[in-house]
Design a protein around this ligand. Structure first.
Ligand code: ADP
Ligand code: MG
Length: 286
């Protein structure tokens, strides 16, 4: 593992600069995010961890160009995010598949929306379906699939354009524990083959530590990012690392941060070297 501010300034693929979000419902205003300020290097997998209602989805939706930014800027690949882009793939807790379309057509649906030539994407669609273990299910409709299978289809749909970045909002949180483990393994596997830059929102500490190169910890609303923790495990990773003492130690440290809602000044027991406040940390042993 190497660390430190990269010498190449373009290495920061995502730049979230002093972003705040206030919802104005007409009757009342809700300060969701007081300040978010971080960068993500190209190829990094960053988890955003925080309690329910702290503004994780809001932050992700602003990064996806699906929610307006009240103040501050978000740049992805050097361009300000002002609306959805095909270079940004998005996944939600609900697979949001079209119930009347089969697996293959759901994976190809973004192509249809943008009226791109289907023939140019069909091989990629089949390759993605194979990658997530759904070969043979191309003709099935969503109601014929399990929750985990539907999220596998959603991953394929998010990757059909070969986006530069994948934004995921608690994509596995509605699944049972065993399926969730399987999906985490599937995502690690996909990650190892097609490294993308990723922002992954979760309220599961274990999931964040298992998947991410860095974990950004958010406070309660109006939220800020209180810690930027580098996860030291080399890749390829599997679920088995979650049995190690180091893994458990990092989880317990993150839990203490979240429980307090503020963690400034606390020491990271035994993993102090892995906790970084630097805005970009590169080279995570992949
Ligand atoms: P999380 O994803 O961390 O659970 P959210 O980003 O969904 O949190 O919500 C953060 C806060 O903003 C919550 O208090 C929520 O009620 C509020 N909020 C989210 N979306 C809207 C909206 N469209 N209008 C008004 N308030 C909203
Ligand atoms: Mg949410």
């Amino acid at each position: 593992m190497t660390s430190g501010v990269p010498s190449d300034p373009d290495a920061a693929f995502v730049r979230v600069n002093d972003v705040a979000k206030i919802y104005d419902t007409g009757k009342t205003t809700i300060e969701a995010i007081a300040k978010a300020d971080f960068e993500v290097a190209k190829g990094q997998f960053v988890a955003v961890l925080g309690p329910s209602g702290c503004g994780k989805s809001t932050l992700l939706m602003m990064c996806a160009g699906l929610e307006s930014i009240t103040t501050g800027t978000i740049m992805i690949a050097g361009q300000p995010m002002r609306g959805p882009r095909t270079s940004v793939g998005v996944m939600f807790q609900d697979s949001m598949l079209l119930p009347w379309k089969n697996v293959l057509e759901n994976v190809l649906f973004p192509i249809r929306i943008l009226r791109r030539p289907r023939s140019e994407y069909i091989d990629r669609a089949h390759a993605l379906i194979e990658l997530v273990g759904l070969t043979g299910f191309e003709d099935k409709r969503p109601h014929e699939l399990s929750g985990g299978m539907r999220q596998r289809v959603a991953i394929c749909r998010a990757l059909i354009y070969d986006p530069d970045i994948l934004l995921m909002d608690e994509p596995f949180s509605a699944l049972d524990a065993i399926t969730r483990d399987e999906m985490n393994d599937a995502l690690l596997d996909i990650w190892q083959r097609y490294t993308k830059t990723a922002l992954f929102v979760t309220h599961s500490i274990r999931e964040a530590v298992l998947l991410a190169d860095r974990v950004l910890v958010m406070t309660n609303r109006p939220s800020t990012i209180i810690e930027d923790v580098t996860i030291p495990f080399v890749r390829p990773r599997t679920n088995e690392i979650s049995e190690t003492p180091e893994f458990m130690q990092i989880c317990s440290y993150l839990r203490s941060l979240i429980e307090q809602g503020h963690g400034r000044g606390r020491q990271n027991p035994g993993t102090r070297a892995t906790v970084r406040k630097s805005r970009v940390v590169q080279g995570t042993g992949r």
